[in-house]
Ligand binder design. Structure first.
Ligand SMILES: Nc1nc2c(ncn2[C@@H]2O[C@H](COP(=O)(O)OP(=O)(O)OP(=O)(O)O)[C@@H](O)[C@H]2O)c(=O)[nH]1
Ligand SMILES: [Mg+2]
Length: 274
């Protein structure tokens, strides 16, 4: 038993809010309930019903006006304000959530928030102390990994977020439905990249000055096995379910229920496992 959450993060426009809405709809279809909370102080509209909203605590546009800040400084101010008010605001918003509740947190798209700032680390620590199992879902546009040089940037950004948050982590490639069939096939090699293939591709697409860097990146993939991507293709009915199953597994959602059924079966069947 527990409470479950996904922190849906990633670069601007990578499809975080769309992911939240699609997962919510998928869950509705299969008879599950998930709630979606907005953590983006600059958000303007939503396709999903908003369970609770950071803008009720602090809104980017008010901050920009009152403190004469630009959009990026304003956003950082809002997130620091959230960090300072975690106990009060998040504590209050989460009081209504009980055992087996599942919340998706739709986060802002500034990647420095996940690699350099402490707000999400504090956020995660707060949830953990409060008994939540959490995974990070890092959304990234598939076009940003389908070429070797872009792959390096995308993979390193995702890894930086993983290191900073120390959460079970799934990289999700969004917008795969926009690719034609040959491009989808070409994407395969980047899903679970093999170091030697990656190194060959990197060396082919960059000048000799980058050989050592390429080898180091391929070594990161090889030695740590850190970088893999799950494709999300909204034109494929099973895709959302497949991604959700991976995240559920990472936070052990549903596994307690299986144990309970097994316990019940053992009792009824005189100790035989089912
Ligand atoms: N075809 C297609 N469009 C997508 C997909 N994911 C997102 N989009 C579109 O991409 C645009 C940005 O999507 P959002 O879900 O708003 O992205 P976001 O990461 O929440 O953006 P920010 O919150 O601004 O950082 C929207 O026009 C979406 O409709 C996808 O998998 N396929
Ligand atoms: Mg969004």
């Amino acid at each position: 038993m527990g409470r479950y959450a996904q922190l849906v993060i990633g670069p601007a426009g990578s499809g975080k809010s769309t992911y939240c809405d699609n997962v919510r709809q998928h869950c509705e279809t299969v008879g599950r309930t998930v709630h979606v909370a907005n953590l983006d102080p600059a958000a303007e509209s939503f396709n999903y019903p908003v369970a609770f909203d950071l803008r009720d605590l602090v809104s980017l546009y008010d901050v920009m006006e009152e403190l004469q800040l630009g959009p990026n400084g304003g956003l950082l101010y809002c997130m620091e304000y959230l960090e300072e008010n975690l106990d009060e605001w998040l504590g209050e918003e989460l009081t209504g959530y009980g055992e087996e509740d599942y919340v998706l947190f739709d986060c802002p798209g500034q990647i420095e928030l996940y690699s350099h700032c402490t707000v999400f680390r504090s956020f995660v620590e707060y949830l953990r102390r409060d008994g939540w199992s959490i995974a990070a879902v890092y959304c990234i546009d598939c076009q940003f990994v389908a070429e070797p040089a872009k792959f390096v940037a995308g993979a390193l950004q995702a890894t930086a977020a993983m290191v900073q948050l120390e959460l079970p982590h799934l990289n999700v490639l969004t917008k795969v439905d926009l690719l034609n069939e040959p491009s989808k096939a070409a994407l395969e090699q980047f899903l679970v990249p093999e170091a030697c293939v990656l190194l060959g591709e990197l060396d082919r697409s960059t000048g000799p000055a980058f050989r050592r860097l390429n080898a180091a990146v391929a070594g990161l993939v090889d030695e740590w096995g850190l970088v893999s991507f799950a494709p999300l293709d909204y034109s494929d009915e099973e895709s959302v379910g497949d991604v959700l199953a991976q995240v559920d597994h990472a936070i052990q959602f549903g596994e307690d229920a299986e144990v309970k059924i097994r316990d019940l079966g053992m009792g009824e069947l005189g100790g035989e496992d089912i």
